[in-house]
Design a protein around this ligand. Structure first.
Ligand code: CA
Ligand code: CA
Length: 587
């Protein structure tokens, strides 16, 4: 009798488990293209392919956010903590999250329980420049696709975590890695395509943007970012990028850098991919006189064939490692199809995204030295005295004149994505106020070796803070408000129709501030530094907010004097999800 009773209970439990298990539907191109407008899921990096990181949800708002509480948390586990720079994705009750050391988890969004984990087997000798991070995956069909530190793309079955396909992008021993979230966009010729860039700019790799068939990872086109290199289309050489030796004299273009390590955004309205391009290699600009296109630039690419529609160069003949990779965010500016980007070089740019025409540039950090201004033609006005000197002109030929440059090479803003609010019409930019002593040294290219030809020490501009979240009006370039933070900001931002802006700090707090004023309305200590990007979505009528916490990234590795001041921040690796207590949410 007892046994029978147990059996009956067990089968009821089994039935209810089956009923409760989320029904996981395939992710369609419609889901991807509509992501920004569908608050019930987050299926793209950037919360929409245009990268606005804006949610129309307002259940959580200025009036009640102070009551936000944790719903659940999950540890990424193991000893492999380090920097967690990911943005989670959510669909049908499951969260998909990438993490340090090329790992991925599927998590039940109601309970925080793990559904599966995938730990990519990494070989000895990977060469990530800036911590073992991953910045997120892409969903399509029954697949989650992401890049690994050994320069592979891996497609996993979202139901099981099993590998469906895996492709090597390039040789990790030459310095290639994959850390950015891939982008999935439609193409008439090839169907859904997966678009990715490459990391490795400090090793003299040649940057490129590539498109593959989502179904099997087969390459359909490739577009090198550096002038003189030839692209590929449908298995054959296509066109040359630019004109050989036009802005790169000599042979250095052959190892010219221009990594596309942060991935890109996609604008369905103009059917263009927007990718940022990193620094030219080596750092010593005296070895490569000329503009060095398209290093330190934004390029618009036609997804059908990989051709460059337009390019805009933020730092021609860069001598400061001002990678031009930062995200291009499409938005409407009083009827103009505009795009904004906050550059490493400390200027906030607005372009006409239909043709790349320069509209404006305004400084968003203080005391910039490398340029006097940005001219009406969109080119920086240089002060030659503020460019690090030529080592061959020094007495012993070993060290060029050192200069103090602002921003530091870690940038007025680095990889961490900004947000745009469709209500306030402001951009929320996670910025940092710091400079560097910088000098050039002789260097020769060696495959797989660091290719800088420079030395540096980073220093804070102010005593009391480095980080600064700024609200910028793209129409005027004016800074509407600023909230400072002691440690450098290194995580993404989220804006909501609830009049809120969410962002995390290395000190460990996820914060919500008033989107109109910057006034802090809520903060929660997650126990480790936040360098990931928060998301929000709706489930069963409730609004939830999630962020991954886990200190790391480039600052502790490269921060010089700054790194010393933040050396005791605790490591971690927990994804946190917050919601309103039901009674309060109903008020
Ligand atoms: Ca959505
Ligand atoms: Ca760089």
């Amino acid at each position: 009798m007892n046994n029978l009773k147990w059996l009956a209970t067990a089968s009821i439990a089994a039935i209810s488990l089956t009923l409760a298990a989320p029904a996981i539907a395939d992710v369609t191109m419609e889901d991807i293209l509509n992501d920004a407008k569908t608050p019930g899921d987050v299926v793209t990096n950037g919360m929409g392919t245009q990268g606005q990181r804006y949610s129309a949800l307002k259940t959580i708002n200025k009036d009640n956010v102070g009551s936000l509480v944790p719903a659940w948390t999950m540890s990424v586990g193991g000893e492999k903590m380090r920097g967690q720079e990911s943005q989670p994705l959510v669909k049908d009750g499951v969260m998909y999250m990438t993490g340090s050391y090329s790992r991925v988890w599927a998590i039940d969004t109601k309970t925080g329980h793990r559904i599966w984990e995938y730990a990519h087997r990494l070989p000895e000798g990977i060469m990530p420049c800036c911590d073992v991070v991953n910045r997120g995956g892409a969903l399509y069909g029954n697949m989650l696709i992401y890049g690994t530190l050994d320069a592979k793309l891996v497609a996993l079955d979202i139901k099981t975590g099993k590998v469906i396909w895996s492709k090597e992008v390039d040789d990790f021993k030459a310095g290639y890695t994959e850390t950015a979230a891939p982008l999935i966009v439609p193409s008439k010729a090839f169907g859904p395509i997966l678009v990715t860039g490459v990391s490795g700019g400090e090793f003299g790799v040649i940057g490129r943007v590539e498109a593959r068939k989502v179904a099997d990872g087969e390459l359909v086109w490739s577009r090198p970012t550096i002038e003189g290199h030839v692209g590929m289309l449908a298995g054959k050489p296509s066109t040359m990028t630019g004109k050989k030796n036009e802005t790169w004299p000599g042979d250095l273009w052959q190892t010219g850098g221009g990594a596309t390590w942060l991935g890109g955004t996609y604008d369905p309205e103009t059917n263009q991919l927007f990718f940022g391009v990193g620094n030219p290699a080596p750092w010593n600009s005296h070895m490569r006189p000329g503009d060095n296109k398209w290093s330190c630039s934004r390029i618009a690419i036609n997804p059908e064939n990989g051709e460059i529609n337009w390019g805009y160069q933020t730092t021609p003949n860069d001598g400061w490692d001002y990678d031009g990779v930062n995200e291009v965010v499409s938005f409407d500016m009083n009827g103009t199809k505009a795009a904004a980007t906050a550059d490493r070089n400390g200027f906030f740019y607005v372009l006409d995204r239909t043709n790349g025409k320069f509209l404006s540039a305004t400084p968003f950090v203080k005391n910039i030295t490398w340029a006097k201004s940005i001219g009406a033609d969109g080119r920086p006005v240089y002060d030659p005295a503020n460019r690090p000197g030529d080592p061959t002109k020094s007495a012993d030929g070993k060290k060029g004149t050192a200069v103090y440059s602002v921003p530091s090479f870690l940038g007025g803003k680095n990889w961490m994505p900004m947000a745009y609010s469709q209500d306030t019409k402001l951009f929320y930019v996670p910025s940092n106020e710091w400079g560097m002593d910088l000098w050039n040294e002789p260097i020769a290219f060696k495959k797989g070796g660091a290719y800088l030809g420079a030395g540096f020490t980073i220093k804070p501009t102010f005593e009391d803070h480095i980080g600064s979240l700024k609200a910028i009006d793209p129409a005027t370039g004016k800074i509407a408000w600023e909230v400072t933070n002691k440690a450098p900001l290194w995580g993404g931002v989220l804006a909501t129709a609830g009049g809120l802006v969410f962002y995390g700090t290395p000190e460990g707090e996820l914060k919500a501030v008033d989107a109109a004023t910057g006034k802090q309305l809520w903060a929660f200590n997650t126990g480790s530094g936040i360098v990931g990007s928060p998301i929000t979505w709706e489930q069963d009528g409730e609004q939830l907010v999630s962020v991954i916490s886990g200190w790391g990234g480039a600052v502790p590795l490269w921060g010089g004097e700054v790194a010393k001041t933040i050396a005791n921040l605790p490591q971690g690796g927990m994804v946190w999800t917050f919601k309103m207590p039901k009674k309060l949410a109903a008020n």
